[in-house]
Design a protein around this ligand. Sequence first.
Ligand code: ATP
Length: 316
Amino acid sequence: KYDVAAMGELLIDFAMNGQSEQGNNCFEACPGGAPCNVLAMLGKLGRKTAFLGKVGEDQFGKLLKETIEEVGVDTTGLRMDQEIPTTLAFVHTFPDGDRDFSFYRKPGADMMLREEEVDYDVIRQAKIFHFGTLSMTDEPVRSATKKALEVAKEAGCLISLDPNLRPPLWKSLDEAKKMMEYGFRYCDILKISDNEIQFVSGKEDYDEGIQYLQEKYHIPLIFLTMGKDGSRAYYKGMRVEKAGYRVDTVETTGAGDTFCGSALNGVLERGIDNLTEKDLTEILDFANAAAAIVTTKKGAIRSMPEQEEVEEMLTK
Ligand code: ATP
């Protein structure tokens, strides 16, 4: 019934956006959370998707539900917490472009999803189960994620992981590493960024870092993203690299998620058992192009490119 079911955080990012006439800072309420960005991209590519997670039973929660439904995500598995409000993050941007996140309140509703609230039928009906590590920073959502992984494995879903570091959200970096490693044991498809592979493997060189992971966890397909430099795929001893597209970048929010959604679509099209070097090259090229386009626009969930827009970029 679903191509991809994803579980994880869903929140509002308040991004600084100019000043009022009175000189007060204005903040724009942007729907945020990596898993739904991934689903939004998959939706643009015609895939059926579903989200599992929790928001508060408040105006922000309703706004998030409406937004993800608007981009085509099924919300059967979205729960609304009666007591804990929707997670809000304020993103302060400094003149030099540096960003600082403050969370109100912590933990918010997204962390409150309990094991017994997860709609396991949605997972069982999906070809791919996708998750990140931010829903593993604390209980009760950590146990819910672990249970969801068990169910997905048992049901024969392909399991896709996009780990996220975000140091302030973890009790310790050691715990962040442990939870990433927990996910590695389950996943068939891993999308990892340059700084995350260095963090988790302790190796400066990306290839050495990936090799370390492969030897330890035997992950069938790994995508490595390297910002504007592009990406690599590692599969059955093959290593394929594709340079990134040169574009006028406005902000990189959601680039990794757009890449991830596009890459999962590539796997859905071809299956995971017999990928060739040509397949991997095509998957990387498409995902790089889609992600590059997203960096030329503000926002993520509503800024995902159409298939035609990506294809136009490919032929250049
Ligand atoms: P995020 O911060 O969104 O989680 P990430 O760190 O997971 O992102 P990145 O490696 O930053 O992912 O970017 C993912 C992909 O997006 C890259 O592999 C590349 O194809 C594309 N990309 C990112 N930044 C740029 C850029 N400035 N110009 C062109 N393409 C980019």
